[in-house]
Write a new protein. Structure first.
Length: 494
């Protein structure tokens, strides 16, 4: 069983539009991506405001979030001598579980795969998750998710097993392994479907922990049956620990990234990288696994128009109309209102508004391949963004950001990306290459995109063309992102 990788929604959406190349795996790949988005109720929510009881991913901590009701007594288990690959110490302090593991680096563990023997009736395997996730009613929400954490990973990520807002934790034995049955307090969870249970299975001798996540749609007893039915097999592949030097390099790189990211935000966006509608600019088309060549396209946003309804727009030109769009529309093609949550830069909720109305932005674009070879052009590169003028002439990024309260049931637009493309070679298909078009040398493509935007957020509205770098301000002072101002054309602000 491979590790079940997760990404932020923006990354997943880009994967859906960019990184699937073989038609035989398109549907499976997309379903895997969407299962992550829907089941996790948005990974960015988990990371920034911790509103999903599925918990954080292996990349940091697994944490459940909500108001704390149950309070646990402080306790600890004394660390014993290491007789296998690792030994553990777990502390319960209030609503928090903290795990400390010590490793015997003289022993080399094998990676291990899990095979499932029992799944409750009515649950089916989510496509292309390699036997790691099962859901009821094809919703890809909550259900059962199984993950393996090998010794090398647990050593590299010492907080991987930690959990917050723990309502209860019971220790037992399952299949000869110590098991921790954890229930999370989700008393303020607003989503209808979420993960609020997990079982840790510890095999210190072989050097792995198996984690079985369970949703609020099944009982802990059923989740125990799933854990009891698991069998584990060594793969014959050795796990390799990170050296102390590698860890230092990783941590230093993370600190450098954070520093550069903050400097970039403080610097803002220079005026010369902001364009008006009708003004062309060069956009670097980078070579990826699926693109034919690296090159440059000249992009001109020709017009933008606010529309109330998409009833007259062909359904086949929407990316995943059935899942992402149709459920969010009224019968007349207008967008249903939704509950919006506003957060500050630290991820703290500062406002919650119900029945926020949305409209659609119709954006027409012209792209010309000015490279010396054909390119695979990404028509979905522009994302909606907001900027505010600064006194020194640059434009600043906003201090707050907003998200739907429930991403699982409101995923029509993910982080400002387009939902419609009228020149897709895969119209009517759920295809990861939906927003890509091959452009011959000198070829010009004119196309229409549709976006979703809140009625009260038209001010200071821009279309952002990113280089793909998380830090637009490079160390040499080069600025890589490009912005097109939309609100003046919409007659919203001057």
């Amino acid at each position: 069983m491979k590790k079940f990788m997760r990404y932020r929604k923006s990354e997943m959406k880009r994967i859906l539009r960019q990184d699937i190349k073989a038609s035989a795996v398109v549907e499976a790949g997309i379903q895997e991506a969407y299962s992550v988005i829907r089941a996790d109720a948005a990974s960015r929510q988990e990371e920034r405001r911790q509103m999903s009881c599925h918990g954080k991913t292996f990349s940091r901590r697994w944490a459940a979030v909500a108001a704390v009701v149950g309070v646990l007594a402080v306790s600890s288990v004394t660390v014993m001598a290491i007789s296998g690959i690792f030994s553990k110490n777990v502390e319960q302090s209030g609503e928090t579980l903290s795990y400390q593991l010590e490793f015997n680096y003289e022993l080399t563990p094998d990676t291990v795969e899990a095979e499932v023997g029992y799944i409750p009736e009515g649950y089916s395997e989510v496509p292309n998750t390699d036997g790691t996730k099962w859901c009821a009613d094809d919703s890809y929400q909550n259900g059962i998710s199984i993950m393996m954490a090998s010794a090398d990973y647990l050593d590299a990520e010492p907080e991987a097993l930690d959990a917050e807002n723990v309502k209860s934790m019971e220790k037992t034995t399952i299949n000869g392994m110590e098991a921790h049955l954890i229930v999370l307090d989700c008393s303020e969870e607003q989503d209808e479907k979420y993960f609020d249970k997990r079982i840790y299975l510890f095999n210190e001798t072989e050097g792995y922990v198996c984690v079985v996540f369970g949703g609020n749609d099944l009982s802990m007893e059923e989740l125990k049956k799933v854990a009891e039915g698991l069998t584990f097999t060594k793969t014959g592949q050795s796990a390799e620990y990170m050296s102390s030097e590698e860890k230092e390099i990783r941590d230093a790189s993370a600190q450098d990234f954070e520093k550069q990211w903050q400097e970039s935000r403080d610097f803002g966006v220079p005026q010369e990288y902001i364009y008006d509608i009708g003004t062309g600019f060069e956009y670097q088309q980078l070579k990826t696994e699926n693109t034919t060549a690296e090159g440059v396209a000249k992009i001109t946003v020709e017009s933008v128009e606010m529309i109330d309804s998409v009833a007259d727009y062909p359904q086949e030109n929407f990316f995943d109309y059935a899942e992402d769009v149709e459920l969010q529309l009224n019968g007349d093609g207008t967008a249903k209102p939704y509950t919006r949550v506003t957060y500050d830069g630290s991820g703290e909720e500062i406002a919650r508004e119900e029945s926020v109305n949305r409209k659609f932005l119709k954006v027409t674009v012209k792209a010309e391949n000015i490279s010396e070879s054909a390119i695979d052009y990404w028509a979905g590169a522009g994302y909606l963004a907001h900027l505010e003028p600064m006194e020194e002439g640059n434009y600043k990024y906003p201090d707050t950001y907003t998200e739907p309260l429930n991403w699982q049931e409101d995923s029509m637009s993910i982080e400002g990306g387009p939902i419609y493309f009228d020149q897709s070679p895969y119209a009517g298909e759920l295809n990861g290459h939906f927003f890509w078009r091959e452009l011959a040398v000198g070829e010009t493509l004119e196309y229409t995109l549709l976006y979703v935007v809140d009625e009260d957020q038209m001010d200071n509205l821009y279309l952002k063309y990113s280089s793909g770098s998380a830090i637009p301000l490079e160390l040499d002072g080069t600025f890589s992102d490009r912005y097109v101002r939309l609100d003046t054309e919409l007659n919203i602000s001057q």
